[in-house]
Structures are given as structure tokens and as C-alpha cells.
Design a protein around this ligand. Sequence first.
Ligand SMILES: Nc1ncnc2c1ncn2[C@@H]1O[C@H](COP(=O)(O)OP(=O)(O)O)[C@@H](O)[C@H]1O
Ligand code: SF4
Ligand SMILES: [Mg+2]
Length: 332
Amino acid sequence: MTKALEVKNLKKYYVQKKVIKNDGQKSSKQTIKAVDGVSFSLEDGEILGIIGESGCGKSTLGRLLVTLEKPTSGQVFLNGEAASKLLMKDRLKYRRSSQIIFQNPFDTFDPRHTIRKILMSVLKLHKIGKNADEQLEICIKTLNDAGLHPAEDYLDRFPFELSGGQLQRISIMRSMLLNPTFLVADEPISMLDVSIRADIISMLQKLTKEHHTALVFISHDIATTRYISDRVAVMYLGKIVEIGKTDDILHHPSHPYTQALISNCASLDPLEKREVIKLEGEPPTPINTGPGCYFAPRCQHACERCFKEYPQYRTKKNGVQVACHLVKEGDE
Ligand SMILES: Nc1ncnc2c1ncn2[C@@H]1O[C@H](COP(=O)(O)OP(=O)(O)O)[C@@H](O)[C@H]1O
Ligand code: SF4
Ligand SMILES: [Mg+2]
């Protein structure tokens, strides 16, 4: 079956230019492997949560998926067609099919434009609605559906006159007006007031399921990710180290990094809490990574092999894929 979204061995390397150091010497050129060989696929309407510490490459992956950035190598496919080809054929159509919601809704909208102008320009650009009257009706319905009543009161306001939650709802509704094949939500609630976060998550879940839109939900909050996601991928230094069904990953994590992440998550149900596994040190930056497992310097179980050889994926009996030498193919 054709997948809504498929990602094959996607890489994004940033090359840092040489700089003059305090001692007058030039620093050496460094390569930051922000995304380092990521592969996964998503069915229509499926929700994949991406979790991992800050700096592990989640946002870079999100930008690559919607082609806001060009990959160093690898491909993104939409309904079986390569994004690079689709973009050449019909750029506007591709933009409509792949949407992204950012962390800060105030950065999403041009502060000089009213909500009316923001919504109308999307409808005009993508030729949604027969004429201006119908487009205005769609704007009003969109605002009402986003819980902004009466919608007419909000049309001529500027983004700064709305709350973060109201703007994020408009941002989600605006994306969904285009009926995208997939949507990336990059930490969409982390800057919002705690009291409205659950509402925004429910709205995202409901709309993407109704429209059969695949959703890549990026977050460092495991509890929220568990609530919304069908499957979860755990990232460490640009790579997915474990991917599978949400319950399997969160109840029976196999990768030592996933185990540590989950054990450190205070917001999970305390009944489920295991012994806290200390994650020593900060995650290293993805520069000059060695040949071995990237997690080895912080892993309690690391052995000689771990420092020499990057582990291949093994598929457990429940379908979860894990990149760790400790896990064997077909493990329970
Ligand atoms: N434009 C860029 N130029 C250089 N390095 C970058 C750029 N964007 C991200 N990085 C680096 O790539 C890594 C991954 O960053 P990011 O994708 O923002 O991670 P996350 O969203 O998980 O916090 C970090 O080390 C970050 O400093
Ligand atoms: S491969 Fe080795 S270092 Fe990496 S997570 Fe597994 S046990 Fe730890
Ligand atoms: Mg980020």
C-alpha cells in the first residue's frame, strides 16, 4: 500500500565555517550531523510522535519533511512520489500537501497583517472558495471552529491582539483548510499556557483523524506524545534509536536511552514509574561522531563492541525496531 509519507535515509549535515579563535589560529571546519540517516513511513491519518532531548535533530527533521530545508542526502516521498519531483512539477501543490505548525505562533504570522488578510491570502493563493464572499464565509467558519466567537470580532485584529492559544488554533485551522497529506507539529504547545494545552492537542488529533492527514508530532514531552501518538520514534544525535507502537515503546522500552528518558519523565503516571536511570552529562553535539553507538559515552551497558560498531536495527516480536547491540532479532 502506498504510504502518505515515506522518508528514506534522510540526512542533513551543516558545515560550520572556520573561525578565528582567541589565539589567532583558525578553527578546523566542523560538520554537524543534525539528521543522520532517518527512515520511517506513515499511513493516512497516522500520528507519529518524535521524542528526544533538545538538539537531537527533531526540528531539522521537521523542516526537511516540509522541504523548508534541502537534505544533504536521502528522500521524502508523498503518496509514493519523490518530494523533489513534486516540487518541480507543482510547487504550490506540494506546499499545500505538506504543512508545518511551529512552536511560537507569534512567529508564524506577519504581525502587520490582520487575521482577515492572513486567512484570505491563503484561500486566494490556493484558489479555495469561488469568490471573495465565499472566501470570507470560510474565514468566519474557520475562526468559529477555532473557538473564536463571534468570528467577526476577530477578523480585523492583529496577531498581537490575540493570545498564543488563539493564534495557535488559527495556525492549525489555516493548515487544515488546505487538506494536507501530512502535517508536522513542532512542539506546538510548549510555549502555551498549561491550561489550554490539552485543548490544542485534542483539536490536532480530531482534525487530523477527520481529514485522514498523517501527523508528525514533535515534542520533548513524553506524556503528551503518549496521549496523541499511534507510534513513537526516539531520536538521539540525529538518528532514530527506537521506533514502534506507542504502548510497546512506553511500557517496554528496549533501548537504554529510551529507558532512561522514560524513567526521568516526571509527568508519566507514577504507578508506571520505574527506577530513575541517571543520564550522565549533556547530550554531546553531533560533531565528529565516532564509528560506534552514539549513546555509548552515556550508556550504563556499553561494552567494547559498542564503541567500535554502530548497531543495526533489530525488529522485536512486537514490530518495534531498536538500534542496540543488546537487542536480538525477534526478542520478546
Ligand atoms: N541552521 C543550522 N546551522 C548549524 N547547525 C544547526 C542549524 N540548525 C540546527 N543546527 C544544529 O543541529 C542540531 C539539531 O538541532 P535541532 O534540529 O534544532 O534539534 P531539536 O529540535 O531536537 O532541539 C543541533 O546541534 C543544532 O545546533
Ligand atoms: S549499543 Fe551499546 S552503547 Fe549503544 S545503547 Fe546499546 S548497549 Fe548502550
Ligand atoms: Mg526543536
